[in-house]
Design a protein around this ligand. Sequence first.
Ligand SMILES: Cc1cc2nc3c(=O)[nH]c(=O)nc-3n(C[C@H](O)[C@H](O)[C@H](O)COP(=O)(O)OP(=O)(O)OC[C@H]3O[C@@H](n4cnc5c(N)ncnc54)[C@H](O)[C@@H]3O)c2cc1C
Length: 415
Amino acid sequence: MRTVDLLVIGGGSAGMAAAIQAKKEGINDILIVERDENLGGILNQCIHNGFGLTEFKEELSGPEYLARFVSQVEELKIPYMTSSMVIDMTREKIVTISSKKEGVFKIKAKAIVMATGCYERGAGAIQIPGDRCSGIITAGTAQKYLNIHGYLCGKRVVILGSGDIGLIMARRLTLEGAKVICVSEIMPYSNGLNRNIAQCLNDYNIPLYLSRSVSKVIGKDRLEKVILSAVDEKMQFIPGTEMEIECDTLILSVGLIPYISLLDYIDCPTSSTKGAKVNEHMETMIEGIFSAGNCLHVHDVVDFVTDEGRLAGHGAAEYLKGEFKRGEKIVVTPKDGISYVVPQEINKDNEEDVTFKFRVRKPVKDVNLIIESNGELVAKMFKPVLIPSEMVMVKLSKDKLANVDKEVSLRLEER
Ligand SMILES: Cc1cc2nc3c(=O)[nH]c(=O)nc-3n(C[C@H](O)[C@H](O)[C@H](O)COP(=O)(O)OP(=O)(O)OC[C@H]3O[C@@H](n4cnc5c(N)ncnc54)[C@H](O)[C@@H]3O)c2cc1C
């Protein structure tokens, strides 16, 4: 059987960053396996700009951002296989690959970085009432059709969900000549970045309806109309609030979910992010298997995906070199107002600062972020505004970590 020191599954931003970091730290036997024809992942279809503000202090398009990492992979001579999909995996790190060029074969790795990205929630997941007609499509698929294959998915479009992909598609479809009638959002606030609301909706006079969702789709073969209704605090439709909109396309931008089916094969524990549970090295609860990027938790900004990929690559390199410090485990828990925290565990003997990444449950203003261990305050930080669509990062220095024992929690406190 073929062997490799480090196998990276997925050649998107997270996977490339992990491989590059591991190579820079002296790991020479690496293989990136990517199921698409090219490296780069979702960024290949993101032709809008807004990438790389932190990483390069420049505003790049998706393809420009990914090209900088593909050239590093090439310069460092990191082997990669495209049109090759990992279809099975064991706890012993034996993976089965189905490759267009080489057929189906197995490879045994000493360490693995999982960087398989995420998938979109579709119509089935949100159970829209009404006819089962064509013309209902997810935002990422509509983006791929348009930006990669050159097909416009419709002419009169309603977008459901105000996440970033939905907002970006509202602008993109408008620029290509479609009429985007509105964006409808079930929550009382948008789930997209503020800059995308300004640049993708306000600049094109596209209305955003909050607390409103699709109560019915109508169409014999192709979509003809959608009914939008207001919802109450319990997300129930309010009778008498129906708006009938004639359209031929309904675009769904209703959430992304980490793509971790391979980890299911090995019973890898998961967290509330729906990705794997990890420690501060981005190592899952299975030794030597690491995870980073959107398959760990869905990110809004690619620069942070790149950073997380590097962290996983660093962790994998230390693991392979036998330099990994494992001590008593500290459990990290999200409490009041916080929906999740990554990592979920820290090794007590860790000698590096730890960055906690988290999201809040709802928009809040003027709050304190409290980090405590066994009821004792470890750190307190003022946060003027926190919104669910923006991932928050806070660094806890190793000196502060020395005061933490067995458990640490993060919560919000009103001032
Ligand atoms: C539509 C959209 C717009 C965005 N806009 C912005 C923006 O304006 N600015 C910004 O900073 N960020 C933006 N982001 C966020 C950012 O681009 C992504 O979070 C980031 O690129 C994700 O990187 P990743 O490596 O985790 O996942 P991906 O890029 O999805 O890469 C995962 C890779 O794994 C491969 N793969 C999956 N399973 C397997 C398998 N079994 N075997 C082999 N390969 C596999 C996939 O083919 C894919 O190439 C946007 C994201 C999306 C979806």
